[in-house]
Design a protein around this ligand. Sequence first.
Ligand code: FMN
Length: 197
Amino acid sequence: MTTKNNDTDLSEFNVLVCVTGGIASYKSADIVSKLVQLNATVNVAMTDAAQQFVTPLTFQTLSGQNVYTSLWETAGEVKPTHIPLPEQADIMVIAPATANTIAKLAAGIADNPVTTMGLSAHGACPILIAPAMNCRMWDNPITQTNIQTLKDRGMAFVGPDEGYLACGATGMGRMSAPNEIVEAIRIMLGETEAEQA
Ligand SMILES: Cc1cc2nc3c(=O)[nH]c(=O)nc-3n(C[C@H](O)[C@H](O)[C@H](O)COP(=O)(O)O)c2cc1C
């Protein structure tokens, strides 16, 4: 697909980046940085597991916004954040998306900021999922069934890729590169020549 050059301006867009507890979460900082450099407004939500890998401070600094780490602490907001954030967003991106979070989304479980926003995004904004996991977790029919369920529900996927995995194995499960995920976001936002033609 033909795309605009890297001068694409996303200043009219609000992107909700959700980070879950995979080793690839360090790459999410790059996704947020790239989106901010394209002038998007970026809000970040994290699961508890994600915070084991990367600190909220990293995303707060890169995004210039409060980071949502709890359903119960609303970062100074009066309203609960899990409803308005997907309403304000033009797209919700879950990167990396763990097998656990994918399973919860497929089952409609809403027990943390990311899964609750995933449920409340219905009818509010599209969801793009970038899975990342060990190749056997990826190949597991349970995971594949959950992914098909989410695709049937209209959620979009980018990746995963095949390659070297952090566990030392080589196979499917590597999160797509930040550039590819940002490109998928731009395509979903209609910021491509092909979409605009
Ligand atoms: C070092 C380490 C790396 C992990 N990497 C992944 C991963 O890449 N993908 C995945 O699905 N789970 C991974 N896990 C397991 C998840 O962290 C675990 O399932 C957790 O409950 C996910 O929670 P969340 O989906 O709420 O973020 C990893 C766990 C550890 C300890």
